[in-house]
Design a protein around this ligand. Structure first.
Ligand code: SAH
Ligand code: SF4
Length: 341
């Protein structure tokens, strides 16, 4: 086997140059995937954790260049679920057997600290783990959410290349995003971050830095997704991310952080028909099926080609379970904290 893979398998440590060599060399892709799959199996067994995803608002005050929910996109019908609707979806997800609920949305100021605290407390009364993905908030807000019972928080750094970040997220501050991630760690959340692969002008060198950043902050969860150009954004003519490269970034992340939670992302399945199954065989151990209902599934349009927009939560639950069992894996019945099977 390639000596870099051998080293990663045994020490879970690589330097920047070694990561770049793995990213550049496509002749080692299959061995990389096998090694990541081996490390996942050895550390975490065959369990796959399911997280029920509620997309609770597509209203956003930010203007990220890549995202369909950006403020300046006037071609999108906007929606916001009520507190009762959100809690009702969570309740149903628990009835379908989900042990973790994720609530994700645009940065919508209607959802004040007090409103979120109330939603968090109501969902936590169902004895589930709760992950938030609400973007950038103050330390006080993150603290209030944690005290109300939230367990985890997802906020991707998107890229650690400061110049690229500033080009992609105008009006936002790279330092503030780093601080948000730091604050979540201080507040004892399980912290999830990650990147978009294939942003315009992103280099393999900068992706290597991203992976080293995941290791440096000892992230608990890492979500890697290909960037998929959206017609309704300024990046509509960009090339977008490559499926194999996204898998490689994910696999190297597994080698460096053997016990963390890594989702097979929905964007991967949007690029390739069995993308999530493939990702589960290249280091991933989590899937986040959508439990949003009705037309909201379509309207939560970060990128085009989103899967399962016409399906029901129950159908998604059945479909993903059969994909998992077909590759001899099992749906975990734990809450799936870091390192748990
Ligand atoms: N507003 C919150 C959460 C919702 S966006 C936040 O930004 O953190 C969730 C993720 O969707 C983002 O982190 C981004 O990585 C991803 N995303 C947005 N636009 C995308 C696109 N065009 N292709 C792929 N992923 C995209
Ligand atoms: Fe808003 Fe998040 Fe989309 Fe940026 S990525 S526009 S913060 S929903």
């Amino acid at each position: 086997m390639n000596y870099i893979l051998e080293k990663a398998k045994n020490t879970h440590d690589l330097n920047k140059d070694e990561i770049i060599r793995l990213l550049k060399d496509d002749s080692i892709s299959e061995s990389l995937f096998e090694t990541a799959d081996y490390v996942r199996e050895k550390t975490l067994g065959n369990s796959v954790h399911l997280r029920g995803l509620i997309e609770f608002t597509n209203i956003c005050k930010r203007n990220c260049m890549y995202c369909g929910l950006r403020r300046d996109n006037e071609n999108l019908k906007r929606y916001r679920l009520s507190e009762d609707e959100i809690v009702e979806l969570a309740k149903k997800a628990v009835a379908y057997g989900y042990k973790t609920i994720v609530i994700q949305g645009g940065e919508d100021d209607y959802f004040t600290k007090d409103r979120m605290v109330s939603i968090i407390k109501r969902i936590k009364s169902f004895d589930v783990a709760l992950t938030l993905s609400l973007g950038e908030k103050t330390f006080e807000e993150y603290k209030a959410f944690k005290e109300a019972g939230a367990d985890r928080y997802l906020i991707r750094i998107e890229t650690t290349d400061k110049k690229l970040y500033n080009d992609m997220d105008p009006e936002m501050s790279f330092e503030n995003r780093l601080d948000c991630i730091k604050n979540l760690g201080i507040l004892n959340y399980e912290v999830g971050t990650g990147i978009l692969v294939g942003l315009p002008n992103q280099t393999l060198e900068s992706i290597a830095d991203d992976i080293l950043y995941f290791k440096k902050i000892n992230a608990d969860m890492i979500g890697i997704g290909p960037f998929i150009p959206n017609e309704d954004t300024p990046l509509k003519d960009a090339h977008g991310g490559n499926f194999t490269l996204s898998l490689k970034v994910m696999a190297i992340t597994r080698l460096l952080l053997p016990d963390i939670n890594i989702p097979a992302t929905t964007a991967m399945e949007s690029l390739s028909p069995n993308g999530r199954t493939k990702a589960l065989q290249c280091g991933a151990n989590v899937v986040m099926p959508n439990v949003t209902e009705g037309e909201y599934r379509r309207l939560y349009a970060l990128y085009p080609g989103k899967i399962c927009v016409d399906d029901t939560p129950l159908k998604c639950r059945g479909c993903i379970t059969s994909k998992i069992t077909r590759i001899n894996r099992v749906v975990s019945d734990t809450k799936g904290f870091r390192g748990q099977r």
